[in-house]
Design a protein around this ligand. Structure first.
Ligand SMILES: *[C@@H]1O[C@H](CO)[C@@H](O)[C@H](O)[C@H]1NC(C)=O
Ligand SMILES: *[C@@H]1O[C@H](CO)[C@@H](O)[C@H](O)[C@H]1NC(C)=O
Ligand SMILES: *[C@@H]1O[C@H](CO)[C@@H](O)[C@H](O)[C@H]1NC(C)=O
Ligand SMILES: *[C@@H]1O[C@H](CO)[C@@H](O)[C@H](O)[C@H]1NC(C)=O
Length: 922
């Protein structure tokens, strides 16, 4: 949750006054109010002072080394360019002799990236060329410019505009106070004009509102520009409540990456939110590429596009077809650290997304239940409330897997404790949930109540576990518990200590069926600068909070993830939900879009927000269904549930002051529609689960923009009110009030056809089509050429579906062919990593449908069998079907529905672990 605007007495008053407000911009800095952003943004194009000293070039197996020289400051730098697997290069620049070490990000990469041989293929006075498979980099020496090619095509040009800036560490020159008697003004004589940082009043200290930043290191910003010739649009750099395709920031503030708890955030804004993932993709008709800016300090990103000459500012309105080759430019600006950037050279969208996950990792396959429906609210008040809500889901036949408890379950916001009055028998309550196949998630936040009766506070104080001021005193801030301090999750010792608190022997009243929600981990500090920690606090290793701010939340969730594995002794896959996130957070947690509001615009923005996060490695994303603040009416609530079905994380959540909104609290028709939406989600769990497994193997996002599969289809590039689930399902949620028609864009230029998943009606007209809608459902289509697995029995929870039989939905393409995959395992443990799984290739050649194991490690035994095959667009006059397994053949009944032209093969009844074929008999 977000803090209230004020705290103390006023805060308590506000708690009970529900007012409609919007974001308080004054709480957050603009680029102009941030001295490093101001300085870097002012750099003039075309005057880069950096040059590579050709006589210093050397190399080892995978890395080229060279020195750089800045002719304005006389400072030397070391450049390293490393060749990595799969068309990826890493560029690293640091000062040759920094006054003290500069921060290098740890913990975002999943390990040391795999290096491959780098060949210097050309070296002249003017430039040096290195190659790595089909990709190559040309480094121009004076001024420095680094051009990345895929084949002969220039893909990314770094410092092409000359906006690079690397502020070297320096000692502060104390100027005598003006007018001081007898003061001798010493003039610093230097042959270099300098970088101008000294004359910035914010260089050595900075104030924002009532907060003072002491800046002991002075100016230390870094910045670099990237141009992407041929790219029409840029994407990525979440988290912002804005369109998926990035907008030009000419004349407005850059996109900001600084993890913040923003109260009542607004949509269509480039302001910072809870998470920061500094990976940017550029996409044009011919290729896709990306840059991953490996830096955890506050970062701003300016975007320019070919449309900047256009009167229309938004690049979304850009009409191509002009003579000029399109181009997107980006300018990354960070407060501290080093230049460490990965060039992802594609060439396809999926290749580029995969290249990013090779560096930062994937989301490990979650337990199946986590893909079911989650019911949350701030707060379920007590055990009786939990029992009642749980019972009502059964009463109303609505599937649900997880009940959630927000902060009020604790004893006065002391995490790892229970309010014993409201929750006197937590184990019995949990058993009541697990008896019906459900789970519990409880919240654990990072702020620690400063209370002498609280063991964590005492341990942390005694052992020096809190983040500290520069003078060594524990930092005290204000958060939910009142006066709070913050553990330093960068210290291995403190990580171990905190991880131990999750143990079943310590966290009483919980079991292995209880999972964890980490909120407020930006960290949120109600009375801190910009509602977070001061930048001059000191973390483990002596690093300033400034250096590590954006990765702070990841450090907290990674402790939780590891602790959940430990507490189940490795028998259960963890589930952690985080609000703050950074590059690499996908390895530990699912994420949601934070404290949205019950407004149509917030429903609308949930798709682009999760798409941005998904291409940045974190597919497991959702938005609070119904909106966190304010009260949705029945229509908005219905539409939000229908849309939420098709985002990976599917949770309803609401603010403490909103009206109760469990699905049966509206009218009967709304209850029915929400029940149907949730049932639809459950019927597609086999598809979601297979996609999550394939994400783990291949690094492809689970939900995808249209251009991931239609990369040359220009008209799809700016579409973000639709998405693809895998490559088979196209979703267009209804995010407009009281409409009877919406526009659906059908990609594929007519080569692909789309079938309404409910009626199986065919849509073969490509491009924008007006589609009638009613309130009962939203437009969702399955693509021709695909086979989608489903489970059609409606159950109270996913656990109850484990052994249920499968239905296959087969839709032939123009050649009547179709293919798909299905992944099955025990849905909970890590045994799949020892080969206990079934992974099937399903293929239909127009006449024969077959199921084959993709690899031979199929050691898992399932009770599930094949109940039904629906073939859409089936051949005519099929009389029966012949099932062939290794134990013989059987004749199967078929049924043709002339209305929707679906041929149903009934009860093949073959176990899903067997290989089989089904032939259509005419
Ligand atoms: C090449 O040098 C880099 C940077 O010092 C180092 O990380 C890498 O391991 C070296 N590679 C080999 C193969 O020695
Ligand atoms: C729930 O399902 C049961 C069994 O199918 C049925 O008897 C009951 O009427 C349903 N209840 C509601 C509220 O739909
Ligand atoms: C558990 O369920 C039983 C039976 O419905 C009920 O009597 C009991 O109060 C529940 N206990 C808790 C702690 O929820
Ligand atoms: C519920 O839906 C049914 C069928 O569409 C309709 O006849 C009925 O009037 C609706 N009830 C309400 C209260 O809107």
């Amino acid at each position: 949750m977000a803090p209230f605007r004020k705290f103390g007495v006023l805060f308590l008053l506000l708690c009970f006054v529900f007012t409609v407000q919007s974001v308080d911009r004054d709480n957050f800095k603009t680029c102009e109010q941030s001295s490093f952003c101001r300085r870097c943004r002012k750099v003039e194009a075309g005057k880069s002072p950096y040059q590579l000293l050709a006589n210093t070039v050397s190399q080892n197996y995978s890395t080229l080394f060279a020195e750089l020289f800045n002719k304005d400051t006389g400072v030397y730098y070391v450049l390293q360019l490393t060749a990595l697997e799969e068309n990826t290069f890493r560029l690293h620049i640091n000062e040759k002799n920094p006054l003290k070490p500069r921060y290098e990000v740890e913990h975002a990469l999943q390990g040391v990236p795999n290096q491959i041989k780098l060949t210097i293929s050309e070296k002249t006075d003017d430039h040096t060329t290195v190659t790595n498979g089909p990709s190559k980099i040309v480094i121009y020496h004076t001024p420095l410019k680094i051009d990345s090619y895929f084949g002969d095509q220039l893909v990314i040009s770094a410092n092409a505009r000359g906006l690079m800036r690397f502020e070297h560490l320096r000692t502060k020159v104390e100027k005598p106070t003006e007018g001081e008697e007898g003061a001798i003004v010493e003039e610093v004589i230097s042959e270099y004009p300098g970088d101008g940082a000294e004359s910035d009043p914010g260089a050595w200290e900075e104030n924002f509102k009532s907060h003072h930043d002491s800046k002991p290191n002075g100016p230390e910003a870094i910045a670099l520009d990237f141009s992407f010739p041929g790219a029409e649009f840029a994407y990525g750099i979440p988290q912002h409540a804005d369109s998926f395709a990035l907008k030009s920031t000419k004349g407005i503030d850059p996109y900001r990456l600084y993890n913040l708890d923003v109260f009542e955030y607004e949509v269509n804004e480039r302001m910072a939110l809870y998470g920061s993932i500094p990976v940017l993709y550029a996409h044009g008709k011919e290729l896709t590429s990306g840059v991953f800016w490996h830096n955890a300090a506050e970062t701003w990103v300016d975007i320019r596009s070919s449309t900047d000459n256009n009167v229309v500012e938004s690049i979304v309105n850009f009409v191509s077809g002009g003579v000029k080759k399109p181009q997107v430019d980006a300018h990354f600006i960070s407060e501290s650290g080093v230049i460490d950037v990965f060039f992802l050279l594609g060439p396809s969208p999926l290749d580029t997304f995969r290249q990013y996950t090779l560096l930062t990792g994937v989301t490990p396959l979650p337990q199946l239940f986590t893909l079911g429906y989650h019911q949350c609210r701030w707060n379920y008040n007590d055990e009786q409330d939990v029992i009642d809500v749980n019972r009502n889901f059964d009463q109303y036949n609505i599937s649900m897997d997880v009940m959630w408890l927000d902060i009020e379950y604790t004893d006065n916001k002391k995490y790892f404790t229970w309010d014993s009055r409201k929750f006197s028998k937590p184990l019995e309550m949990i058993e009541n949930l697990t008896n019906v196949g459900r789970k519990l998630v409880v919240i654990i936040d990072p702020h620690i109540k400063r209370d002498n009766g609280y063991f964590i506070h005492n341990d942390a104080t005694d052992n020096g576990y809190y983040v500290k001021h520069a003078d060594g005193k524990d930092y005290e801030g204000w958060c939910w518990p009142g006066s709070s301090s913050y553990l330093d999750f960068f210290s291995p010792k403190i990580r171990d200590y905190f991880g131990d608190q999750y143990g079943l022997d310590k966290f009483h009243g919980t079991t292995n069926d209880v999972y964890i929600w980490n909120d407020m981990n930006e960290p949120s500090v109600f009375n801190g600068p910009e509602i977070t920690m001061p930048k001059d606090l000191i973390h483990y290793g002596g690093w300033e909070h400034r250096d590590v701010h954006n990765i702070n939340g990841l450090m907290f969730t990674s402790v939780t993830y590891d602790a959940l594995i430990k507490r189940s002794q490795g028998t259960r896959r963890p589930f952690v939900l985080t609000r703050s996130h950074f590059a690499g957070s996908q390895r530990y947690a699912a994420v949601w879009t934070g404290d949205n509001a019950a407004e149509w615009s917030h429903l609308r923005i949930s798709y682009p927000m999760c798409l941005s996060t998904a291409v940045a490695g974190m597919s497991f994303c959702g938005a609070d269904i119904g909106g966190f603040f304010k009260n949705p009416d029945a229509e908005l609530f219905t539409r939000w549930n229908q849309a939420g079905v098709w985002l990976p994380f599917f949770r309803q959540h609401a603010h403490i002051e909103t009206k109760r909104r469990e699905p049966w609290l509206f009218d009967d028709n709304t209850t029915r529609r929400v029940r149907d939406a949730i049932a639809l989600r459950y019927s597609y769990l086999p598809l979601w689960y297979t996609l999550f497994r394939e994400h783990e193997i291949k690094g492809y996002p689970v939900i995808r923009p249209l251009w991931a599969h239609y990369p040359a289809e220009f008209n799809s590039f700016a579409i973000d009110d639709q998405l693809l689930v895998g490559d088979a399902i196209l979703v267009r949620p209804v995010t407009e009030a009281s409409v009877t028609e919406v526009t659906v864009y059908f990609p594929g230029e007519g080569k692909d056809k789309w079938y309404d998943i409910n009626t199986m009606e065919e849509y073969s007209t490509p491009g924008n089509v007006r589609i009638p809608v009613n309130i009962d459902m939203i437009p969702v289509y399955q693509r021709s050429g695909t086979i989608v697995p489903r489970k059609m029995r409606n159950r109270r929870s996913s656990v109850a579906m484990k052994d249920d039989p499968y239905t296959l939905v087969v839709i032939g393409d123009n050649m009547k062919k179709a293919s798909g995959t299905l992944y099955i395992d025990d849905e909970t443990s890590f045994e799949y990593r020892q080969g206990k799984y079934i992974y099937l290739q399903l293929f239909f050649d127009g006449n024969v449908l077959s199921s084959k194991h993709i690899d031979k490690l199929n050691k898992f035994e399932t009770k599930s069998w094949l109940e039904r095959v629906n073939i859409v667009n089936a051949p005519q006059n099929v009389k029966s079907a012949k099932l062939v397994t290794k134990s013989g053949s059987t004749t199967l009944e078929v049924n043709f529905n002339p209305n929707n032209k679906v041929l149903t093969i009934r009860k093949p009844a073959v176990n899903m672990g067997e290989e089989w074929t089904i032939e259509l008999i005419r």
